[in-house]
Design a protein around this ligand. Sequence first.
Ligand code: THU
Length: 146
Amino acid sequence: MIDCPALPVPAADLMKAAEDARRFSYMPYSHFAVGAALLGGSGRVYTGCNIESASFSPTNCAERTALFKAVSEGERDFAALAVTGGPAGKPGVFCAPCGVCRQMLSEFCTPEMPVILGAVGKLQVYTLGELLPLAFGPRDVLPHHT
Ligand code: THU
């Protein structure tokens, strides 16, 4: 865990965006609602919620929804991610990104990027590198990748 660094958008505002996105969560199977907000290098905030599927495996987590929205709109570098989740209808609890999301985030985000977890007004901040140490990433496959 780290102290929250100064960000172009205050961590509490980014978490509010994640909480707002959580309201759109589609989770008829798990009843576990997650919201995420990803701050792009451009200053834009991309939000996402989890979207489940009746066949389960196509389910998309909130973090990847936000990331895919951002990348599909041309954003490829990121300053911070905020996440909150928990049982639907209840306030969010600390909910860290799943392994698949950590891997996908590491495709575009540096190990230093802050990942802010929120639970009823409280924040915990980790770096992506803390959440996914020794990540296998683009540089392993493309040594000259920038
Ligand atoms: N989920 C997320 O959206 N993000 C996470 O970091 C963990 C899990 C979703 C997937 C599924 O819809 C529900 O939460 C329960 O696993």
